[in-house]
Write a new protein. Structure first.
Length: 402
């Protein structure tokens, strides 16, 4: 395909990640599905843990084979996996096929698409790594809101089985969109030079340009990896339990309203990704990470006040602030890998940092078990604050390689 304006590729990347990011709508989707399945919170939450783990595995496989396989093939494979996965999940009578269809197959598809987008589309913007990471990942974050709202709208409470039909329709729609978008997965040629804007500005050179094997020997990588686990765990705990948190305070509030409020996490997650990505470009990793952690703790405090007072307005504010904070993690992952360790092996290096989500995803299951034990989502909020404080301790040791 002829090379187009680089922003066309960015738009296509956002669309693909909008499809791949629907796994983050699990909080709303799981609540609707459970009207039919009627299982406990912990085994239902395990679906989200599985989908996050398989997302990381899919991303890692795509990274390992990045130099051998055309990224277009990964998008096509993701289309097939989403098609089959949603069809399989729609046939479940318990949680088993939900684990296989939504958890394993859709999770793998999401990981393949995610790595293909980030390694291909971001290569058009060597001069704006933080910003383009935020813009691309905005699609991944906003997916939860858009899909969550549509899902609730077409699956009325009066029909507990309606979600099955919705899953089948989604399977076909996602397949068609990803197949069309796959034709735009083209990397820039070796002679590509980013166009200059109004101000002439030198592209910031990475601290190093090394392979994954060399990267994993660096203390900076492992310290950041632990930080990413902790802060991602805070975000995933909130995302996975958001519907329950809103319902605990907003008793009697319509399901559609709850879905809208939960969707605020997704909206401000998307906004946060762009803002924190741009902040990384302008102020560097330290300011970005510090501000992100401060906002996370603020979100936790607001939600504690909401649960104590029963003020639903504070839930709204807490979700906005929490979504914004969680939006800071993913563009920082992408930008810091490029800034610390270079672009030559970005696909593989980036997929390695994303495996932090395999560990972080257990935050969903842990939060579910904490709720089953306490019958209150206050435990989820204290967990969010605790891992964020631990993340600040780890952050103190992170240094950009010289």
């Amino acid at each position: 395909m002829k090379q187009l304006n680089r922003w066309v590729y960015a738009i296509v990347g956002v669309i693909v990640l909008l499809m791949a990011g629907l796994v983050y709508a699990w909080s709303v989707m799981g609540s609707v599905i459970n009207r039919d399945l009627n299982v406990e919170q912990a085994p239902l939450s395990l679906t989200f843990t599985i989908v996050m783990a398989m997302f990381c595995i899919g991303c890692l496989i795509a990274g390992i084979l990045a130099k051998k396989v055309n990224p277009k093939l990964y998008v096509l494979l993701a289309a097939v996996l989403f098609l089959v996965g949603f069809l399989v999940a729609s046939m479940t009578t318990g949680v088993a096929l939900l684990y296989v269809g939504f958890g394993i197959l859709a999770g793998l598809g999401s990981g393949f698409a995610y790595n293909a987008v980030m390694s291909t589309m971001s290569s058009w913007f060597p001069d704006k790594q933080g910003l383009i990471s935020g813009i691309l990942l905005m699609g991944f974050g906003l997916s939860s809101f858009i899909v969550g709202k549509l899902f609730v709208a077409v699956t009325p409470e009066s029909n507990p089985l309606a979600w099955r039909t919705t899953f089948r329709v989604m399977a076909v729609v996602i397949f068609v969109i990803l197949v069309i978008c796959s034709f735009f997965f083209v990397k820039p040629g070796p002679d590509f030079v980013p166009p200059e804007g109004g101000k002439k500005k030198a592209v910031r050179q990475p601290a190093s340009d090394i392979t994954a094997g060399e990267m994993v020997k660096k203390p900076a990588f492992w310290l950041y990896y632990v930080w990413a686990i902790l802060i991602s765990a805070a975000g995933l705990a909130l995302v996975s339990q958001a519907n329950g948190i809103a319902n605990q305070v907003g008793t009697g509030i319509a399901a559609g309203t709850i879905a809208t409020v939960v969707g605020l996490i997704s909206i401000f997650n998307g906004i946060g990704r762009v803002i924190f990505g741009g902040l990384f470009d302008k102020k560097g990793y330290q300011m970005t990470m510090i501000l992100d952690m401060i906002v996370f703790v603020a979100a936790g405090v607001i939600l504690i006040m909401a649960l104590k007072t029963g003020a639903f307005a504070l839930i709204v504010v807490g979700f906005i602030v929490g979504g914004f904070a969680y939006g800071g993690v993913t563009p920082t992952n992408s930008a810091i890998i490029s800034d610390f360790f270079g672009r030559s092996n970005y696909a593989m290096n980036f997929s390695l940092i994303n495996t932090n989500l395999i560990i972080a995803s257990f935050a969903s299951t842990i939060a579910g078990k904490l709720y089953d034990a306490s019958q209150s989502y206050m435990s989820t909020i204290f967990m969010m604050i605790g891992v964020t404080v631990a993340g600040f301790v780890v952050f103190l040791g992170i240094r950009r390689p010289k």
